[in-house]
Design a protein around this ligand. Structure first.
Ligand SMILES: [Fe+2]
Ligand SMILES: [Fe+2]
Length: 287
């Protein structure tokens, strides 16, 4: 296959059609939800972020739905409409889980969106890229430690796969959109950094709110230890990086993929390796 020029008409048709063709049809109610033991139920209920996850998915669906009618291009609009449908289905999936396992989370009023819905959509898209990348590592750690039965992870995997679809779509959408706006590569990169730092700020705010709400008690002390035992920052970054690469293999290689966060992770890991090699030598020097 010939190389597709990023941002071209051909690129646009290709990434939208890919997204549309790979949409899966399922009903969250009829997923194979497992029966959980009392111990597993207690662990699931003690996870402190179901409220946040539920709200985030409902908000995601609402932002994408609000933005969809403003998109002039029919095939882009069709693809984004499908993303809205998938986000709404994520909220439904979380809702089914809340009801089925008696989790403490409920719908909260959605904040008013800004007038500029495209910027809201872009903010949301970069947020998804960041959440997904960190989520890949966290998911791997939790799954490997068998925090919950594998059947639960298989269900969450459906959600993870769709989030990965969304970030791949978003990266391609941004490349196409910026080309339409005639932005050069330096301005594009600066803009990407600005949006990522906004996404990171929001994520820290969310983590802080979660901590405050939970007051650091039950989950932090007991449950987290179950899968954070032996936690290492480097191991986590490695998991994020490797899982990102593994999950990206499911996509057509002609699609553009998120590069910035894996690039930063790769750089950090290389830096740590150099540090490891240099450390004994530096110690000897300082004696
Ligand atoms: Fe989602
Ligand atoms: Fe998403």
């Amino acid at each position: 296959m010939s190389v597709i020029e990023a941002g071209s008409e051909q690129h646009k048709r290709f990434f939208c059609q890919q997204f549309i063709d790979t949409h899966q049809v399922f009903d969250p109610d009829s997923l194979p939800w497992p029966e959980l033991s009392e111990t597993d139920l207690a662990k699931l209920r003690a996870v402190p972020f179901w409220q946040e996850v539920y709200h985030t998915e409902r908000r995601a669906g609402a932002i994408v739905d609000a933005f969809t009618p403003q998109i002039a291009d029919p095939i882009v609009r069709e693809a984004v409409a499908l993303q809205g449908l998938e986000e709404a289905r994520h909220a439904k999936l979380i809702q089914v889980m809340i009801d089925r396992y008696g989790l403490d989370a409920h719908p909260q009023p959605l904040e008013k969106f800004p007038e500029d819905l495209e910027t809201a959509f872009i903010d949301f898209g970069f947020g998804e890229c960041l959440d997904a990348f960190l989520g890949f590592g966290a998911f791997k750690t939790a799954r490997q430690s068998r925090f919950l039965p594998e059947a639960m992870f298989e269900i969450f995997d459906v959600l993870m796969f769709e989030e990965t679809r969304h970030i791949v779509f978003f990266i391609n959408y941004m490349a196409w959109r910026e080309r339409q706006k005639g932005l050069g590569s330096t301005r594009r990169q600066l803009k990407t950094l600005r949006f990522y730092s906004r996404a990171a700020k929001r994520l820290f705010g969310m983590a802080k709110r979660g901590q405050d709400a939970n007051d650091g008690k039950d989950f932090a002390v007991t449950q987290t230890n179950l899968f954070l035992e032996g936690f290492s920052f480097r191991g986590f970054v490695e998991d994020c990086y490797r899982e990102n690469a593994r999950r990206m293999e499911a996509f057509n290689p002609s699609l553009m993929q998120p590069r910035l966060l894996p690039g930063i992770a790769d750089l950090a890991l290389r830096g740590l390796k150099v540090w490891d090699t240099a450390r004994p030598f530096l110690r000897r020097q300082s004696r």
